[in-house]
Design a protein around this ligand. Structure first.
Ligand SMILES: Cc1ncc(COP(=O)(O)O)c(C=O)c1O
Length: 418
C-alpha cells in the first residue's frame, strides 16, 4: 500500500505553520484540507480505502473509527427497512440487537445446535427464508468460538428470495491470512470487520466491506449519521496500517495456526477441536471445579478473553512470545489434569416477545433483583457469557421458569420496563 493517510499526516505534522484549529497531538488531528475527511467520497481517506479494498479483495471498503458497532448500524440502515423481520441467531452480538432496536427492525430468532460452540442451524434458516418469514438475514461469521456460517448456502437462498445477507465478521479480520475467504467473496452483501479484535490495531478500528461499490456513497452517509462527527485519526491511521500489515503477515499467522494446532494435539479433550479458525482456542470447562480453574489461570499468569464456568476463550496472536506459549502449554496441561464431573449442558429457557424491540429498548427502565423479575418485560440485552447467547432481548417477557437459570449464571439483576 502507498498509505496515503499516513503520508498526509506525516507531511502535515512536519509543517511549522501556526495551528489555529482544535488542539491536537501529532497525528491526532481533525478534518482539514490537508488531512481529508472520512465522510467524503473522495480525498486522502477515500484513496486509502481504495487501496485497503484491493488488499482485502473486496469491491468496496469503508473505514470505521467506531468499531463494528458503527459498521453494523450503517449496514442495517442501508439494507433493511423499518419493520423488516431480520432472521438471526440468538448468538448475535448486542451491537446488532441495539441497531435493530434503533432502526425499528424485529429479530426472527433461529436456533443454534445445543451445547458449547453450537453452530447456526443453516437448514432451518434456509427453510424460513424460502417460507417468506424474513425480509433480511444477519449472521455472525466467524462467531466467538471461531465457527463460520455456511455463507454460500445462505447467500444462495437469500438471492433466490431477493433479500439481503449481512454478516458480522467482527472476529474475522485475520482469516484471509489463514487462507479463508472474506464474507463478500462467499456471497454476503455487506459485512463488518473489527480489525482491533484479532489484528494489531487500535480499539475501535474496523471496516465495512460491500459487494456493490455503488452502495459505498450511501453507506458512508449512513456511517456519518451514527458515528462521531470527529472520528479519530489515530484509529483511522491504525486501520490503514492494518491493511498494510495484512499484505506481509501471512507467514506469521500460519506459524501461529501451527502452534495452536500443536497445542490442541497435545491437549486431550479440554481444548476443543478447531472448527474453522485454527487460532481461536476454546477450552471446555464444563464439569471442572471452577475454583481450581481460576487458580490455574492465575498461577500460569494467563488472561483469557473469556473465562466462565462453561468455557474459556483465548485469542492468541503473533504478538504472543515463546514465553506466553510456554505458559499456555502449562495452563492447558494443568486443566487437562483436573477431574471432570458429569455436567448437564445448560438448557436455555425459551422467551416470548411482549413489546416491539425498539419500544422496549428506548422505554424508561428500572433495575430489579432477578428473583423479582418474573412477568416483567426486559429492557436490555441479557447475554450468557457475552457475546455468546442472548438469553433475553428487550421486549421479551421474563418467564418465572427463567429465574433460577439466570441466577445460576450469575445474573443477579435485570433492567425491566417501568
Ligand atoms: C461478534 C461481535 N460483533 C460485534 C461486536 C462489536 O464490535 P466493536 O467492539 O468493534 O464495535 C463485537 C464486540 O465484542 C463482537 O464480539
Amino acid at each position: 500500500m502507498n498509505r496515503p493517510l499516513e503520508k498526509a499526516l506525516f507531511d502535515f505534522s512536519a509543517k511549522s505553520d501556526s495551528r489555529f484549529f482544535m488542539p491536537a497531538l501529532t497525528f491526532d488531528v481533525t478534518e482539514l484540507e490537508a488531512t481529508g475527511n472520512l465522510y467524503q467520497d473522495s480525498g486522502i481517506i477515500a484513496d486509502s480505502e481504495r487501496e485497503a479494498a484491493a488488499v482485502a479483495g473486496v469491491p468496496a471498503l469503508l473505514y470505521s473509527a467506531g468499531g463494528s458497532t458503527l459498521c453494523i448500524q450503517a449496514l442495517f440502515a442501508e439494507f433493511f427497512h423499518e419493520n423488516d423481520r431480520i432472521l438471526c441467531a440468538r448468538s448475535s452480538h448486542k451491537a446488532a440487537i441495539h441497531a435493530m432496536g434503533l432502526l425499528g427492525l424485529e429479530p426472527v430468532w433461529i436456533s443454534s445446535s445445543p451445547g458449547l460452540c453450537g453452530r447456526i442451524d443453516t437448514d432451518s434458516m434456509i427453510a424460513k427464508i424460502r417460507n417468506g418469514e424474513a425480509d433480511g438475514v444477519f449472521v455472525t461469521s466467524p462467531d466467538y468460538f471461531g465457527i463460520c456460517a455456511d455463507l454460500p448456502a445462505l447467500s444462495a437462498a437469500c438471492r433466490q428470495a431477493g433479500i439481503p445477507l449481512i454478516v458480522d465478521a467482527a472476529h474475522g479480520g485475520h482469516l484471509p491470512l489463514l487462507g479463508l475467504d472474506n464474507p463478500i467473496s462467499l456471497g454476503a452483501d455487506g459485512c463488518a470487520v473489527s480489525l482491533h479484535k484479532t489484528l494489531p490495531a487500535l480499539t475501535g478500528a474496523a471496516a465495512v466491506y460491500l459487494a456493490d461499490p455503488l452502495r459505498a456513497e450511501s453507506v458512508r452517509r449512513r456511517m456519518s449519521v451514527f458515528g462521531s462527527s470527529s472520528p479519530s485519526y489515530l484509529i483511522m491511521l491504525s486501520v490503514e496500517r492494518c491493511y498494510d500489515y495484512l499484505q506481509t503477515a501471512e507467514a506469521e499467522w500460519l506459524a501461529l495456526a501451527e502452534s495452536c494446532n500443536a497445542l490442541r494435539a497435545a491437549a486431550g479433550n479440554v481444548l476443543m477441536p478447531s472448527v474453522d479458525d485454527p487460532t481461536r482456542l476454546v477450552y471446555n470447562l464444563s464439569g471442572l471445579d471452577e475454583v481450581s480453574v481460576r487458580k490455574i489461570t492465575k498461577d500460569c499468569r494467563i488472561i483469557c478473553e473469556l473465562l466462565d464456568a462453561q468455557c474459556a476463550v483465548l485469542i492468541p496472536s503473533p504478538l504472543n512470545s515463546d514465553e506466553d506459549f510456554a505458559r499456555l502449554k502449562a495452563f492447558t496441561a494443568a486443566l487437562g489434569r483436573l477431574q471432570r464431573h458429569l455436567a448437564d449442558c445448560p438448557v436455555i429457557p425459551a422467551s416470548s416477545r411482549a413489546m416491539p424491540l425498539r419500544q422496549a429498548l428506548l422505554a424508561d427502565a428500572e433495575s430489579v433483583p432477578i428473583r423479582q423479575a418474573a412477568g416483567r418485560i426486559c429492557a436490555e440485552v441479557v447475554s450468557l457469557c457475552p457475546p455468546a447467547t442472548v438469553l433475553l432481548a428487550p421486549g421479551e417477557i421474563i418467564q418465572p421458569e427463567m429465574l433460577d437459570f439466570l441466577f445460576s449464571t450469575g445474573i443477579l439483576s435485570v433492567n425491566v420496563i417501568k
